[in-house]
Design a protein around this ligand. Structure first.
Ligand SMILES: [Ca+2]
Length: 184
């Protein structure tokens, strides 16, 4: 409908005195209009199949996420994301809440736990995203009721855990779902 409306306005501009639009919208003009509309469409961000487009408030840009429902260890999950040109997700700042809202929109997701792209493997107690940015401890991201992250060096990988979808530390061999992320 948007394109049709745009076309109608274009025709109006071309024929203000009400002349027959059919002859005016001949080859050259029509090609120009189609070219213009195509260039507009190319600027709209799109995600690959299975990924959904989500606003990331932490960057002010759109990003693509994929809820990988195949349960696997952290390593396998990250490799699987890689097959889609993605990595395990970075839920920085308010993007954490944006993703929780997406989970609550889908009944299939609300009883699952998901691997994220974070770890304290390199230095116990210091958590980092895969791109090297530090993950702040405490609220509002980490589950506060059992002192997450916990279990020291036994649990060095980051999960978004049901039923609250706060951050939890988990052993990398645990087999859970995952969230992959990539740019549009
Ligand atoms: Ca740890």
């Amino acid at each position: 409908m948007k394109w049709a409306a745009h076309l109608a306005v274009t025709i109006d501009l071309l024929e203000p005195d009400g002349r027959d639009g059919a002859s005016w919208l001949g080859g050259g003009v029509a090609a120009a209009v189609v070219g213009h509309l195509r260039s507009q469409a190319a600027q709209v961000a799109e995600c690959p199949t299975n990924f959904i487009l989500v606003d990331d408030p932490s960057t002010g840009e759109t990003t693509c996420i994929y809820f990988l429902m195949l349960k696997s260890s952290w390593d396998v999950a990250n490799s699987t994301c890689g097959m889609f040109g993605a990595i395990l997700a970075k839920l920085k700042g308010d993007f954490h809440q944006s993703v929780i809202e997406k989970i609550y929109e889908n009944q299939e997701l609300i009883n699952e736990a998901f691997w994220l792209g974070g770890s304290d493997e390199k230095k116990e107690g210091s958590w980092y995203w895969l791109d090297g940015e530090e993950i702040p401890l405490g609220t509002p991201h980490w589950y506060p009721c059992n002192d997450q992250p916990n279990h020291g060096t036994d649990q060095n990988y980051l999960a978004l855990y049901t039923p609250n979808f706060y951050f939890h530390s988990l052993e990398k061999e645990a087999e859970i779902c995952a969230i992959c992320q990539r740019s549009p």
